[in-house]
Design a protein around this ligand. Structure first.
Ligand code: SAH
Length: 357
């Protein structure tokens, strides 16, 4: 979304400052889909904006609706990089899962996006457009977006500045107005990002994908563990807790026979208690099939794992992904995007200076 650019243009043209506010309102509150829909501006001004500045940077390629009410969008950037966004419905509540990158460099073995490799970072405006898309769909049934999670494609902390800029845009009380606590950033454990987030005034939630209680297990799943092993991630959590006093959410994907034994639960509990007693909430995640050769843990193994956590008084919940039938669930994004991403990457090397976040 070219909101800042539009506001700068209006100022250049000598328009009074309330025009900027009309644009901001039109885009973030009234959810206009084009400059022409910002009807508080004069027709002449709308036409001038439309001539000078594209309204959107992303092109919507496809919208799929799941039986459970989940809606997935496939977008492309101007340079052809694919990305996906998922709108989730939980009763009256709506949450949106946005992508921070096209593809991802971290290559976690269980994740479809990881298999794509990295396309490029998304700019704050490109992340914000995903939120606006979701808000427009929610509005169709008079609902509003209650939560945003940065859990789509990409490692948010590989694109730190644009991700934080996006969070501030979403939070702006004069604009979209979403509470900072309703925004969650999920990282594969990129320690420098955790440290930087601790010092931000914006109180967004932090979630860390751990998936294993020790280096042997985690390292077999997440190559990033070589760079930032479990102990380094836990030390970062400790520093984050000392600075912010906020809880950290730990994501733990249950993979049959890999990390789902009661002994793993005991080890996880001990690890978290040694780091910061009561400082964590564990989100257990049911594995969604990708091309990788893992299986979701059987219900009785999930129950045994949870029982071990209960015994050790570890606060936790089980996340059931939505939208599996349209490949919109955690880890399934971009099942089809690989070819597009490679083509866009080739194009980008031919083109002068691709847009960068
Ligand atoms: N890169 C960030 C955010 C994107 S992934 C991160 O790693 O946290 C959001 C969550 O979905 C992560 O916890 C990720 O590990 C999980 N996930 C990845 N593949 C999955 C799969 N196949 N099934 C279920 N969850 C998966």
């Amino acid at each position: 979304m070219q909101l800042d650019a539009a506001i700068a243009l209006l100022a250049d043209w000598g328009e009074p400052s309330y025009r900027s506010e009309q644009v901001r309102q039109g885009v973030t509150r009234d959810l206009a889909r084009s400059w022409d829909e910002v009807t508080t501006l004069s027709k002449a001004l709308r036409e001038r904006l439309a001539r000078e500045l594209p309204f959107a940077e992303l092109t919507l390629e496809e919208e799929q609706r799941s039986a459970d009410g989940t809606v997935k969008a496939r977008f492309r950037t101007a340079g052809g990089f694919p990305l996906e966004t998922v709108l989730m419905r939980h009763g009256d509540r709506r949450a949106v899962c946005v992508s921070s990158q096209s593809g991802c460099a971290l290559a976690c073995t269980f994740c479809a996006t990881g298999a794509m490799g990295l396309g490029r970072n998304l700019a704050a405006g490109e992340i914000f457009e995903q939120l606006l898309w979701a808000a427009r769909i929610a509005r169709e049934d008079e609902a509003r977006i209650g939560n945003v999670v940065l859990m789509g494609m990409g490692e948010p902390f590989h694109n730190y500045d644009e991700v934080l800029r996006f969070c501030r845009l979403a939070n702006d009380p004069a604009g979209f107005g979403l509470g900072a606590r309703s925004i969650a950033i999920s990282t594969a454990g990129w320690v420098p990002g955790i440290d930087r987030l601790a010092d931000e005034p914006l109180q967004v939630k932090l979630a860390i994908s751990l998936h294993g209680p020790n280096d042997a297990v985690r390292g077999s799943l997440m190559p990033v563990n070589r760079r930032y092993p479990v102990a380094a991630v836990m030390e970062a959590c400790q520093r984050y807790r000392e600075t912010t006093h906020r809880r950290v959410f730990i994501e733990y994907l249950l993979l049959q026979g890999v990390n789902d034994a009661p002994a793993h639960a005991d080890e996880l509990a001990a690890l978290l208690q040694a780091t910061a007693p009561g400082g964590f909430h564990v989100n257990l995640i049911v594995y969604n099939p990708t091309a990788a050769e893992y299986a979701a843990s059987d219900p009785d193994r999930v129950a045994a794992f949870r029982a071990a956590l209960v015994k050790r008084r570890v606060d936790h919940s089980l996340r059931r992904s939505r939208g599996r039938d349209i490949d919109a669930a955690c880890g399934q994004l971009a099942v089809q995007g690989v070819r597009e991403l490679r083509a866009a990457r080739r194009d980008a090397t031919r083109r002068p200076a691709p847009p960068r976040g």
